[in-house]
Design a protein. Structure first.
Lengths: 340, 340
DNA sequence: TTGAAAGCGCTAACAT
DNA sequence: ATGTTAGCGCTTTCAA
């Protein structure tokens, strides 16, 4: 094993160690240009022996090519974005592109900072959650001169391309299913997050559709922080104590829905006879519950894949071609949303 | 709003637009050096008007300072690493450092690639999960000349610093608690992951401790892939059909433990009278379960914080000073591990 | 197939 | 307080 070097190795070190010019060493290490087998071996040997790691900073500056894709998401704390991420990595795996993740915590100012930071590394593209951004963020995205894909949502004006589902439509569809199943006294349980625009849009689509049938939300309950499963329990208890005659509970995500389900089952409530339930997201977790919760999948992995593909295909261009891809979530009625 | 530029803006553009030298523009934008209030305003105004985003690539090359911390973890798919990450971001938030995440999928070759890729960006430090790495990875870490913190585990030889818990000890403690509670026919349920060294160490610590009391694992069951909650159910059913007289089930993670718990409760099994249960991790999810599962927290967030702090404090040095920080997980007996 | 020169966009170090 | 000069470590371009 070689000693700890006092400074990082450079191409020049490899050049000297192998007796080959820097330029040719560079060619070998990048696998570009014609290099004789003999020199290739000399160089590779020297590089490996020294433990040379190329300096991408210098490479990127010289070539003005950065094989990074900025991915900006609100959170890693629920299963939804990690799944989007794995769709992205999966699709990018075949290319020379690498995802770099930034998290905004649903805060526009943080998003602005993270975006600025990302763009200052001159990535080859940006994938960013949502269509709602601050003025400054939109300006940065528009000016960046690289392909931009806004994901998760299609209800709005993308800067460039977008891939997602319509959350308004998702809310509408769920409302239709609930009405059709005969439920009438409907409660809504969600997060206290004015900045979660997708949850808001689902809620809007939901209530508007109910309104068309002359139904108003009978009660609502919101939470923030804490274990979603536990919160689901608490909220369910609270809303039912306040409004005992509810016959349906629509949860803004599966996790709180699962908490509610567990709570009601313990209480011996007849589900879906007495009370029907539905969540949102189609998380894998649900498969292990005593009953399968009605839900609607958000096409998370596919969104990641499509977004990544768009970026990969737009390589070199200055935009993603303003594509707009709307995916169709499928409604799963499970065991908790059945005609009664 | 300005038009889409044909090429990214440079310092020079700001310099020309503001009538101030590039150097002074650079000073203003970095907030370094003495600049008069008047010029500062001129420059900031010009930069904002143009929508200038500095080029960190060039800056990093010139200053040989990269405010990035590479974070290499096996997965984002369970709650454990996201929590470590948020500990890291939290701690780094006050500094100029930014985490950049790479995921290995528990594969040593992938780890090697991700690490190489990270190091080629010359980060200011690396936080990497686990103490087991390929020869090549260890060599890269050792040669990198930057602070390295290996996290999660302390049972082994760190390259530089490490922060984590002893998984062997965790396994031992759980075994002791189980024995002390009077359980004797013990089954183990885990992941089919030879490369998850921490799970392996817990298992070793567990079985050895049982052995000292003359107890052998009565049966075991392993899974891979799929919904952990659902797998927990299936495995529990399988192991109990095969070995009905088990009086304790030790799960390698809380998620499968939760699945097992739900399954057994449905079956009407007396817990913890007839069968005791325990998991591992202390995930927040557990708070919403009908009974709280015995578990042991892995100090995830704190590990992230401490690791990040070590990197932050070692800024500029060539190593993290070979610190070795062992955190102490606390055992939570919950409702499923009680003397009987 | 290989090499030499120029320069990517910024900042350190040194003027002024 | 501000400007000038010389690189950072690579890759592009052009020559041999």
């Amino acid at each position: 094993m070689t000693n700890r070097p006092k400074r990082p190795l450079t191409l020049r070190d490899v050049s000297e160690a192998s007796g080959v010019s820097e330029m040719t060493v560079s060619r070998v290490l990048r696998g570009k240009g014609d290099v004789s087998e003999a020199t290739r071996l000399k160089v590779q040997d020297a590089a490996k022996r020294l433990g040379y790691v190329p300096n991408k900073i210098a490479g990127a500056l010289a070539s003005s090519r950065v094989n990074l894709v900025g991915v900006i998401i609100p959170s890693l704390g629920n299963m939804v974005f990690p799944e989007v991420l794995s769709g992205i990595s999966e699709m990018l795996a075949g290319t020379s592109l690498q995802p770099v993740v930034g998290v905004t915590d649903y805060l526009p100012e943080t998003e602005e900072k993270v975006l600025f930071e990302m763009l200052s590394w001159r990535p080859s593209g940006v994938i960013i959650a949502g269509l709602e951004h601050s003025e400054a963020s939109r300006a940065m995205l528009a000016q960046a001169g690289i392909p931009i894909v806004e994901i998760m949502d299609v209800d709005g004006d993308p800067v460039d391309a977008c891939v997602g589902i319509s959350h308004r439509r998702a809310g509408r569809q769920m409302a239709e299913a609930i009405i059709e199943a005969g439920y009438r006294r409907i409660g809504f349980l969600g997060t206290k997050m004015p900045l979660d625009h997708r949850a808001r849009k689902r809620f809007e689509g939901f209530t508007r559709t109910l309104a068309k049938s002359g139904i108003e939300i009978a009660d609502q309950e919101f939470y923030s922080g804490g274990s979603a499963l536990a919160k689901g329990r608490e909220m369910t208890q609270a809303i039912l104590e306040r409004t005992p005659d509810l016959d349906f509970l629509y949860y803004s995500n599966d996790m709180i829905g699962a908490g509610g389900l567990l709570y009601l089952l313990e209480k011996g409530v007849d589900i879906p006879g007495q009370i029907g339930l539905a969540g949102f997201n189609g998380v894998e977790l649900l498969e292990g519950l005593p009953r399968s919760l009605a839900t609607m999948d958000a096409c998370r992995r596919e969104i990641g894949q499509r977004a990544a593909r768009i970026i990969a295909e737009a390589q070199g261009s200055r935009s993603a071609g303003a594509q707009r891809i709307e995916l169709t979530p499928t409604l799963a009625l499970g065991d908790t949303l059945i005609r009664h």
